[in-house]
Ligand binder design. Structure first.
Ligand code: PLP
Length: 450
């Protein structure tokens, strides 16, 4: 590989990074990652870092998962690609859809529609929701409801339901008729309380009010993450999702669970919907479905939606939507192996146990460092929110966040920053020693930030 200076220079000149300004990338060149092993990544200078980010919430099984690598290699040799558009299919994709139907049976899912990633999955689910209502003779049900601070990817549909202006403003006008409810964010919310149960009740009331205002017959679906990830790991009260489900049922509105992060064990449950005991109508998955080794995703479809499409014999019942890489045989082979490894290793149990250790350690850091205003977590998705003043909760500036990041990096742990949050989503195979290493590095970062 070319040397580090050459790569950095050319990166600055020719690469346009997601979610970043090219000038910022020149001023603060990104770390060049050149290797991965187990729970660690290795930078171009040979520095080993415990990966506190798990790639991007997706490398649940770590970087050395041989069964997945072997499945990918074998499939590349057997059939590296063929389309799954009408007329052809392939063995891995059929086998995977059987495995996924079994895996997500407790969530009420029966069929899979394959995609190339999370944004594709969200786009697909939104389209299926609208088409479902058209097939049901309710063509005017076109609006979508979502939560502020929710993240649903970057396609126009997903951006429209995203609950963060940073991902919307430059691209407006987006889909008309999207309705945003408050985030279930106990630390900051418009309800003048920090009680998650009261906040959940207020959000449910908001949903009821919006339904009454817009008319249920105009609303296609509510889309939400069971635990909000990119918005800063916001864990709702256990009653929120079930209560929203009940309102959806009462008013004929579909529930789309965006489980791009939460499916496959990250929260300590097999899926985020199962964590809260809810059966969605559609479920978006991606990320850990292939452990990040191959771009892939699946929208899981419940029988209520599948049956309506099945029963329709007009041209409208055929879905006018699909990707060149829908059902890619290599992605499907990777996903089959990931699913088997996730089950064999019982990853949710480790995520739950290590998640408690991590959360408790973060709470202890909050006791010691006034910079830590709030700590949130469920399983192995955690966030530490940094404030310059605990009384008025003033968010710290970029420089302070950067100091915490750098301190942790120098201490040998990669963390992710998002606004004034430090986000942790390590691989689900970490040990208690790894958790201790993350906490020590964060402490070093907090000390460095003063
Ligand atoms: N939905 C959720 C909940 C996500 O967290 C993400 C990505 O982080 C997406 C959708 C979009 O996924 P992708 O980046 O694979 O398109």
């Amino acid at each position: 590989m070319a040397d580090s200076n050459f790569l950095t220079e050319h990166n600055a000149r020719h690469v346009w990074h997601p979610m970043a300004h090219p000038a910022e990338m020149r001023a603060n060149p990104p770390v060049i990652i050149s290797g991965g092993e187990g729970t660690e990544i290795i930078d171009i200078d040979g520095k080993r870092l415990l990966d506190g980010v798990g790639g991007l919430w997706n490398v649940n099984l770590g970087y050395s998962c041989d069964p997945v690598k072997q499945a990918i290699t074998a499939q590349l040799n057997e059939l590296p690609y063929y389309s799954a558009f009408r007329g052809t299919t392939n063995g891995p994709l059929i086998e995977l859809s059987v495995a996924l139907a079994e895996f997500f049976a407790p969530d009420g899912m029966v069929r899979s529609f394959f995609t190339s990633g999370g944004s594709d999955s969200v786009e697909t689910a939104l389209r299926l929701a609208r088409q479902f209502h058209k097939l049901n003779g309710q063509a005017e049900r076109t609006k979508f409801v979502s939560l502020k601070k929710g993240y649903h990817g970057t396609h126009f549909g997903g951006a429209s339901v995203n609950g963060n202006q940073n991902f919307r403003r430059a691209y407006e006008p987006l889909l008309p008729g999207t309705i945003h409810l408050a985030a279930p964010y106990a630390y900051r919310n418009p309800f003048n309380t920090d009680d998650p149960k009261v906040i959940a009740e207020c959000i449910v009331q908001q949903f009821a009010d919006e339904i009454a205002f817009h008319g249920a017959d105009t609303i296609a679906a509510l889309i939400m993450e069971p635990v909000l990830g990119a918005g800063g790991v916001i864990v709702p009260h256990e009653g929120l999702m079930p209560s929203l489900r009940s309102l959806c049922d009462k008013h004929g509105i579909l529930l789309i669970a965006d489980e791009v992060i939460t499916a496959f064990g990250r929260t300590g449950a097999w899926s985020g919907s199962r964590l809260w005991g809810v059966k969605p109508d559609l479920m978006c998955t991606a990320k850990a479905i292939t452990n990040g080794y191959f771009p892939f995703g699946a929208v899981m479809i419940g029988s209520r939606v599948a049956d309506v499409f099945e029963a329709d014999r007009t041209a409208m019942g055929s879905i006018g939507h699909g990707y060149t890489y829908s059902g890619h045989p290599v992605g499907a082979a990777a996903a089959i192996a990931c699913l088997a490894e996730t089950i064999k290793k019982d990853l949710p149990s480790n995520a739950a146990a290590r998640g408690v250790e991590l959360f408790d350690g973060l709470e202890a850091l909050k006791e010691r460092y006034p910079l830590v205003g709030d700590v949130r977590g469920m399983g192995l998705m955690c966030a530490m929110e940094l404030v310059s003043n605990r009384e008025d909760k003033t968010p710290v500036g970029k420089d302070t966040v950067a100091k915490v990041y750098k301190g942790a990096y120098e201490a040998g742990v990669m963390v992710r920053t998002s606004g004034n949050n430090i986000i942790l989503s390590p691989t689900l195979i970490i040990t208690s020693q790894d958790v201790a290493r993350i906490l020590e590095a964060l402490q070093a970062g907090l000390k460095a930030a003063g």
